[in-house]
Ligand binder design. Sequence first.
Ligand SMILES: Nc1nc2c(c(=O)[nH]1)N[C@H]1C(S)=C(S)[C@@H](COP(=O)(O)O)O[C@H]1N2
Ligand SMILES: [Mo]
Length: 171
Amino acid sequence: MNQPKSRNQSANRLFIAITLSFFFSTLVSRAQTVLTISGEVTKPLTLQAADLKAMPHAEVTGNDRDGKEHKYSGIPLSELLKQAGATLGSALRGENLTKYVAIKAIDGYEVIFALAEIDPEFATRTIILADAVDGAPLPQGVRPYRVVVPGEKKPARWIREVKSIEVRFAK
Ligand SMILES: Nc1nc2c(c(=O)[nH]1)N[C@H]1C(S)=C(S)[C@@H](COP(=O)(O)O)O[C@H]1N2
Ligand SMILES: [Mo]
């Protein structure tokens, strides 16, 4: 019964342990990146849920497709783009006014905004990356993040399940 383990058995166990630890560490690190910001920015960002939670939030009200008013809380897109080093504020002039922001979702849906639509020096409304609605986490199929555009008559750019934001030149 209690025979000494063969070399092979020990090697097998070591192999299994290493494989499992690689497998789980890959799973964990994949689960942590929830949003990337890339393209024409000086500091591309790979963000985890905790990073986004810690960023300044704003509250906006908007009418969902159900026609009812809801209160959304989230990070202003201008704040995210500022942290990534996009050309906002006094730098948003000349050819930088031809930049746009492409936002992609898990299901392949994609919408764009002109960078100037997002800059608080141009825009009269605050477009946010919402992480909560009416004080509750976003539901399945909407989370982790949804763009909310206050005042927009049709919610077609209220992209759900956002996974990436990219700044590009239109020309
Ligand atoms: N990821 C993703 N977001 C999306 C869409 C989509 O197909 N995929 N459809 C858009 C359209 S056309 C509308 S009208 C609204 C619908 O909002 P609702 O899901 O809250 O009804 O979501 C927008 N956001
Ligand atoms: Mo729609």
